[in-house]
Design a binder for this molecule. Structure first.
Ligand code: FES
Length: 223
């Protein structure tokens, strides 16, 4: 993993995450904290919905032909990205699969953001440039594509879609973990609900995912 020095603190406010998802996530986090049976992975998942930095906060697409980040209907295994990531640093990693290039950035204000490092134009590698603007930027050298570091939105060049997001969380020991992905332009709540799906109906219910209540009831009856 390579760490890259990044720019000084930014005054730019963070993104406005999906409000329903955030409220539900906060509620869910409280419940999870009191649940002695909660697994560590569950905790990671929930924390991921809480901050816009985490994602709140997938990978490569070329005209829908190549493998796309976030296509999975199930949550991937959580993966440790790095032991620590200081403000102004970035790290390259692979997630959710070994072929899926990704990048995590700790913005100067402490927010964690993660993205697919595969350009949504023609799948070139996206690079972190710390010396552009208050937050730096994600840059594709193939055709001068530029993505906003906080949101993944396209700010210049030919890329047709935002970078798919990767949900990151930080543990008490400072380690940074990748825990889930979102498709390009997909909200955090939609991404988590899609991946919880039928696999974790109770969790989906607590996030107020569409159809989750019915699925959870069905599961309880069957156990
Ligand atoms: Fe990235 Fe064309 S491949 S801008």
């Amino acid at each position: 993993m390579s760490l890259t020095e990044q720019p000084p603190p930014s005054s730019t406010p963070g993104p406005d995450p999906d409000s329903d998802g955030d409220a539900a996530a906060a509620q869910l986090r409280d419940r999870i904290s009191a649940d002695s049976l909660t697994t560590r992975r569950d905790y990671l998942r929930i924390v991921a919905t809480v901050s816009g930095g985490l994602a709140i906060g997938g990978v490569g697409v070329a005209a829908g032909i190549l493998h796309r980040h976030g296509d999975s209907e199930t949550l991937p295994e959580a993966k440790k990205v790095t032991d620590e990531l200081a403000p102004g640093q970035s790290v390259a990693f692979r997630f959710p699969g070994e072929e899926d290039r990704a990048v995590a950035v700790r913005l100067a204000d402490g927010s964690l953001v993660g993205y697919s490092a595969v350009c949504t134009h023609l799948a070139c590698a996206v690079l972190w440039r710390e010396d552009r603007g208050a937050d730096g930027e994600l840059y594709c050298p193939c055709h001068e594509g530029v993505f906003d570091a906080r949101t993944g939105e396209v700010t210049a060049g030919p890329p047709p879609r935002p970078l798919p997001r990767i949900f990151l969380t930080e543990q008490a020991d400072g380690s940074v973990w990748a825990i889930a992905t979102a498709r390009s332009g997909e909200t955090a709540k939609d991404a988590l609900c899609r991946q919880f799906g039928d696999n974790r109906p109770e969790m989906a219910q607590q996030l107020n995912c569409p159809g989750a209540a019915r699925a959870a009831t069905t599961e309880r009856r069957s156990t």
